[in-house]
Design a protein around this ligand. Structure first.
Ligand code: TPP
Ligand code: MG
Length: 528
């Protein structure tokens, strides 16, 4: 615990059990680190066996989206391990495919070394979750081994930033400078590398428009004239078109996934791809690439800027990118698509007008508000249209697409940055997976706003059953629940509306209250 506290870890979220009592006790006795009980084990400290089983969704989400997480789990006493004792499963094996690394602390003396290793592995290179298991007898043993020098997150990250091969950077710059319609595709790696500023600088220097994967959203302000917005499943036809027409694509910290490329149909054959990623395993994995570069995205961007300036190839004095005719026309097209989406008259036939509900939500939020999106239809099709402008302000379980992720993610974001507004936008089905954690939010006063698009069921699934299964809607309707009443009963604020004009005042009340609150937006289930 001392290693974690020294490294700056303030909170350990968890659910207890006999196997982790010594850990919880140690947290309680260690200054600077606090135990925060939650009501679902998606994170981070979990009892052995059933507790570890509940960890799977949280860890798999973190693994697929490259978030650093340390999972601490209990285990039976060492003398009992492997005998199928009560609640015992092979936890290290269970979590292995969804973690970067896992280890058992086998003696009290080895604890600091293994914890230091866990922190380093979670944060370095391509970040991800790690798992440390602590047998009950080891957890209660005494040791005189010191925690060691405090680890600094920043130093760990910097130590593993691999610089790209300069020869490849030069070739990449040559290709970018000779391109006619280049596009940058920014993925989550830009954010993990902290390279938003550098991305903007290179894009502006070369006047290259920037599209993002969904995981890369917030790496560039979507208000910037060079921003095309997200592409693929959760993107827009406008952004997709620019990527289709590109002759050179510079992929930064992205995986060219099925979601991003619409099953690899977006990038036209013959398009030249330059791909930069910290994980060499991603290079050339989905496409035949013109130039593959292993390395940190931020270091690549800085090296490329130096190279371009040396080549004196900057196309323009650094004026404003809108002066470029291509950019001016892109901005016009982008804004036209957006206004059409939110235009009330264009959707007169949709009684609930979910677009307009979302527009109201956007107008209440501060520009740097963090939004966490659920995985249902209303979140994906409508709420995803919120324009994201601040780095790390957009959270969604993308690689795994898990329901039940957005609300706890929003709580984590609020605990991490209490001064920022945090709002979870999700469906009723999504919320029901973890609604018991409202108790956590109230108890710990984690002031998140939870906006539930209540269409009384699994709208996205219902839609598929209507279109692909002859309209036979089976198992996708939920009994109507009053989430506003539930919230109030649990001690949170609770509002409910089905009127567009009531969204703003209700959400403002929650956001201004500094308390957790639920706004249930009732939507006619016949819409899906
Ligand atoms: C843990 C998990 N189980 C099942 C699914 C499959 N699934 C995707 S969306 C969805 C329904 C979502 O319902 P809701 O949150 O109410 O959103 P809506 O589509 O109604 O807007 C389901 C069951 C999933 N993504 N994650
Ligand atoms: Mg629903």
């Amino acid at each position: 615990m001392q290693v974690l506290a020294d490294a700056g870890v303030n909170y350990v979220f968890g659910i207890s059990g006999d196997s982790v009592l010594a850990l919880i006790d140690a947290i309680d006795r260690t200054p600077g680190i606090e135990y925060m009980p939650v009501r679902h084990e998606q994170v981070v400290l979990a009892h052995m066996g059933p507790g570890v089983c509940n960890l799977v969704i949280g860890l798999a989400s973190a693994y697929r989206d490259s978030y650093p997480v340390i999972a601490l789990t209990g285990a039976r006493e060492q003398s009992k391990i492997g005998r199928d004792t009560w609640q015992e499963i092979d936890q290290l094996a269970l979590l292995r495919p969804i973690t970067k690394w896992g280890a058992r602390i086998f003696s009290a003396d080895s604890a600091p070394r293994i914890m230091r290793s866990a922190i380093t592995r979670a944060l370095s290179g391509r970040p991800g979750p790690v798992h440390v298991e602590l047998p009950k007898d080891v957890a209660r043993a005494e040791s005189n081994v010191e925690a060691g020098e405090p680890l600094k997150f920043r130093e760990i990250q910097d130590a593993s930033r691999v610089a790209p091969n300069p020869m490849l950077v030069e070739r990449a710059c040559d290709l970018l400078l000779s391109a006619k319609r280049p596009v940058i595709l920014a993925g989550g790696g830009v954010l993990r590398s902290g390279a938003s500023e550098a991305l903007l600088q290179l894009a502006e220097l070369l006047v290259i428009p920037v599209a993002t994967s969904s995981n890369g959203r917030s790496s560039i302000s979507e208000n910037h004239p060079l921003s095309l917005g997200p592409i693929g499943r959760y993107g827009t036809p406008f952004a997709d078109k620019q990527v289709k027409q590109a002759d050179v694509i510079l992929g930064l910290g992205c995986r060219f996934s099925d979601l991003t490329t619409r099953d690899w149909s977006l990038i036209a054959p013959g398009t030249k791809i330059i791909h930069v990623d910290i994980d060499p395993g991603e290079l050339g994995r989905q496409y035949q690439e013109e130039i593959s570069i292993a390395g940190d995205v931020g270091l690549f961007l800085r090296a490329a800027m130096g190279e371009v300036k040396r080549m004196e190839g900057a196309r323009r004095a650094p004026s404003y990118p809108e002066a470029d005719p291509r950019v001016a026309s892109l901005v016009k097209e982008r804004e036209a698509e957006r206004s059409a989406f939110f235009d009330p008259s264009a959707h007169a036939s949709i009684p609930g007008k979910p677009q307009l509900l979302v527009k109201e939500i956007i107008e209440v939020l501060r520009p740097d508000a963090t939004i966490a999106l659920g995985s249902g239809l209303y979140a994906a099709r409508y709420a995803a249209k919120i324009r994201v402008t601040t780095p790390r302000s957009y959270l969604k379980s993308l690689g795994l697409g898990a329901m039940g992720w957005a609300f706890p993610a929003a709580m984590g974001a609020k605990v991490g940055e209490p001064s920022r507004q945090v709002v979870a936008l999700l469906g009723d089905g999504d919320f029901m997976m973890v609604m018991q954690d409202l108790e956590t939010a109230v108890r710990e006063n984690i002031a998140v706003a939870i906006v539930i698009f209540n269409d009384y069921g699994y709208g996205s699934i219902r839609e598929l059953q209507k279109t692909e299964y002859g309209g036979r809607v089976v198992g996708s309707d939920c009994t109507p629940l009053r989430f506003d009443e539930l919230a109030r009963q649990m001690g949170a604020l609770g509002f409910r509306t089905s009127k567009v004009e009531e969204v703003k005042p209700a959400l403002s009340k929650i956001l201004d209250s500094d308390k957790p609150g639920v706004l249930e937006i009732s939507i006619d289930p016949r819409l899906t």
